[in-house]
Write a protein that binds this ligand. Structure first.
Ligand code: DX5
Ligand code: ZN
Length: 260
């Protein structure tokens, strides 16, 4: 795990490198986790995307703190931890201590806390939905981002496909990463949702070039060019890399395509 500065600097470096692929370990062979990480290291990967799911914010359970600790023990790669959790702030410290360099959480999870009884985690969220709690929502997200930074990690915000990207506007100057979901979160191997493209283009216009503009879900050899042209600088890929157990070949092919 990087120190406070290095974790945040890692993201600024990633944002400056033309475009970076972040393999999502959700699609790896968990019975051979270290072997798959070694394959990725040999292929020249700069960071790993770890999908944490609680079975509540998303209809699936994946990994928790022990797996992030185990990954941290075996690699120095940047660990980009994607918290698909309700009440995510509760878990910032455990995941930072486990070795997360970047902690990304969902604005819908904060919206659900500010307006109980809704299910923005599934329906998505529009600024109008939060008009009556806008100040509380903004204050809550600001303080959550501050907490991630106090822990020394880079901070990321994520939105699901039906959520309006304008919801990110008040926070873009406080994030090192904006993660645009191009699938409904919870599972790998889904079809790319093209709504992600205009969101990436909007973020390119509205955020500092130092902020990583990530896209996550259904990114592969047929969709990566669209993501690149829309302004993505961080491309999360799971099944595209791990399918067929040809990790190095697949990563090299995808990275070559991406850097063209
Ligand atoms: C989905 C996760 C994604 C997913 C990407 O909820 O956040 O990171 O693992 O997997 P692919 O690339 O297979 O869509
Ligand atoms: Zn993810």
């Amino acid at each position: 795990m990087g120190t406070a500065d290095s974790s945040i600097d890692f993201y600024k470096t990633l944002a400056r490198s033309p475009r970076v692929i972040l393999p999502s370990l959700l699609a790896c062979d968990f019975a051979n986790l270290e072997r798959d990480i070694r394959e990725l290291e040999k292929a020249g990967v700069q960071g790993l995307h770890l999908d944490v799911m609680d079975g509540h914010f998303v209809p699936n359970l994946s990994i928790g703190v022990p797996v992030v600790e185990a990954v941290r023990r075996v690699t120095d790669l940047v660990l980009d931890v994607h918290l698909m959790l309700s009440d995510p702030e509760f878990y910032f410290e455990p995941f930072r201590k486990a070795g997360a360099d970047g902690i990304t959480f969902h604005v819908e999870a904060i919206a659900d806390l500010e307006k109980p009884g809704h299910n923005y985690a599934r329906t998505g969220c529009q600024p109008d939905d939060l008009a009556d709690v806008w100040f509380l929502f903004k204050t809550h997200v600001h303080s959550a981002l501050e907490k991630v930074h106090r822990l020394g990690a880079a901070a990321g915000l994520s939105i699901i496909p039906p959520t309006d990207v304008a919801l990110l506007k008040p926070f873009l100057s406080e994030c090192e990463n904006a993660l645009v979901m191009s699938v409904m979160p919870g599972f790998g191997g889904q079809k790319f949702d093209p709504r992600g493209k205009e969101k990436l283009a909007w973020i390119r216009e509205n955020a500092s070039p130092e902020m990583l503009r990530s896209v996550d879900g259904g990114v592969n050899e047929t969709t990566l060019m669209d993501c690149k042209l829309s302004g993505a600088t961080g491309l999360v890929m799971g099944t595209a890399i791990f399918r067929g157990n040809q990790i190095q070949e697949r990563f090299r092919m995808l990275n070559e395509e991406l850097q063209k």
